[in-house]
Ligand binder design. Structure first.
Ligand code: ADP
Length: 441
């Protein structure tokens, strides 16, 4: 390659020398050099023009027959072009295989642009969302107008998936994930979870039915046990210890059945609870005095700091059950004379209920699983304390139904804090005395 450039350089030198000789003969050096150089420049100009024409072809097919430096130039450009073409073909192949793969995927995939315009979708997406080829470029939120989907898409927080019914088939439950990527683009993936939902529903129904069926025989059993323990007959009083044990176990079973039924109700009732103004400060006073009675000889130091001007819109029974569970747990898992502090105060985003104790605490690895039903750090201890393992599962559901968040902070051996934060939208001021009077009348 270097040879061509060297001979080109020599050619130029030779031309200049010829030009100088002509200059020496005629006495006009500049003219002599010009006469030799101009055809040389014209030759190169022509070749550059040819190169430009060659490069402008739609498809560069073959190398022209040409020698010298231009042969090298054409060759390098041609190699570069072929490498680019091979790479482009590989990429197109990859893209088309990727598209074929995604198109065949059982999960629906939709590529969305910044304003929710559809850029591409696969077969499953057309089935689940009723999309057609002409919908490319249209906004997905104009085509699928389910309120929770619109809210989910616009909020921009896609950590949790969304569960919705398909607009094409109400029997189809879809779990939607949105993955932001690239330049303001998003990938929407929808999976058919109908089977899982049906199984989950069957599990819920089963637990609810079993609990319901157990309720009547348990009531009969506890009734008989009660009359036996009241009976002063000598034959029966020999069994008094066993009867007491049976009574305790029957009450435990009754509590489990009652809590399972409550959980089943909370799970089935997916919508928000019917909301009424709830006097939380008054409720907490009552819970704290019940807690003192429960503490009894263990003499816990129970204190309450509540803002009486903060009421909450919600379901009285559900909130009472959640808050009392947390306060009674603090009593159960705090040694005698320990401190339990209950607060109800406004916080940054709304209002916060918290129970802080100086109890046994919980090690970090247990915390994420505490709200699973029947999950207990120490099963023996929980049973001994009269626990069922269902309390925190109930609390979590109630708090979620009131759009709140349950937080658990704990240090093993030092104590725990269970807190529930509710959004400001649920907070209301207590009704004035005459409002209450008119409501009562
Ligand atoms: P249980 O009826 O067993 O108390 P919960 O669902 O209410 O069931 O609580 C689950 C587990 O969480 C308990 O068994 C206990 O191990 C732990 N736990 C709950 N509250 C506290 C607390 N305040 N301090 C320490 N451990 C606690």
């Amino acid at each position: 390659m270097l040879d061509h450039w060297l001979s080109e350089a020599w050619r130029l030198v030779a031309l200049v020398v010829v030009g100088v000789i002509i200059g020496a003969i005629t006495g006009y050096y500049s003219l002599g050099i010009l006469i030799c150089i101009v055809p040389y420049l014209a030759y190169h100009l022509y070749n550059v023009y040819q190169l430009d024409q060659w490069l402008r072809q739609r498809k560069i097919s073959e190398l022209p027959e040409i020698g010298g430096v231009y042969e090298e130039l054409y060759h390098s450009v041609y190699q570069f072009y072929r490498r680019g073409r091979a790479q482009r073909r590989r990429l197109t192949d990859l893209l088309s295989r990727f598209r074929k793969g995604t198109a065949a995927m059982p999960d629906a995939t939709v590529v969305l642009q910044s304003s929710n315009e559809i850029e591409w979708f696969n077969h499953a997406a057309s089935r689940y969302f009723n999309l057609r080829a002409q919908d490319v470029g249209k906004r997905l939120d104009n085509l699928f107008r389910h309120p929770s989907f619109l809210k989910y898409l616009s909020q921009g927080n896609y950590v949790q998936p969304l569960l919705v019914q398909s607009p094409n088939d109400s029997q189809l439950s879809l779990q939607i994930h949105v993955v932001p990527y690239g330049d303001n683009q998003r990938l929407l993936i929808a999976r058919d979870v109908s089977r899982m939902q049906r199984l989950e529903q069957m599990r819920r129904d089963f637990v609810a039915n079993v609990s319901h069926e157990l309720r009547t025989p348990l009531t009969v059993l506890t009734g008989f046990l009660e009359s036996m323990s009241d009976n002063k007959d000598e034959k029966i009083s020999d069994w008094s210890h066993q009867i007491d044990l049976m009574q305790a176990q029957a009450s435990r079973m009754q509590l489990i059945v009652q809590q399972l039924l409550l959980l089943a109700r909370l799970e089935t009732d997916v919508g928000p609870p019917r909301k009424n103004p709830v006097d939380i400060p008054e409720m907490l006073k009552a819970i704290c005095s019940e807690a003192r009675a429960l503490s009894g000889e263990r003499e816990h130091d129970i204190s309450l700091d509540s803002d009486d001007s903060l009421w909450l819109l919600g379901n009285h029974e559900e909130l009472r059950s959640a808050f009392s569970n947390l306060v009674f747990n603090a009593i159960r898992y705090t040694p005698p004379h320990g401190k339990i502090h209950v607060t109800w105060k406004s916080s940054d985003g709304g209002v916060r209920f918290a129970v802080k104790d100086t109890g046994i605490g919980i090690s970090e690895n247990h915390i994420p699983r505490l709200t699973e039903r029947f999950y207990r750090v120490d099963v023996g201890r929980s049973r001994e304390a009269g626990g069922t393992g269902l309390g925190l599962a109930i609390v979590k559901h109630v708090v979620q139904r009131h759009e709140g968040i349950l937080k658990i902070d704990s240090v093993l051996g030092e104590g725990s804090e269970f807190s529930c934060e509710f959004p400001v939208s649920g907070v209301i001021a207590p009704p004035r005395a005459n409002d209450q009077a008119s409501t009562l009348s």
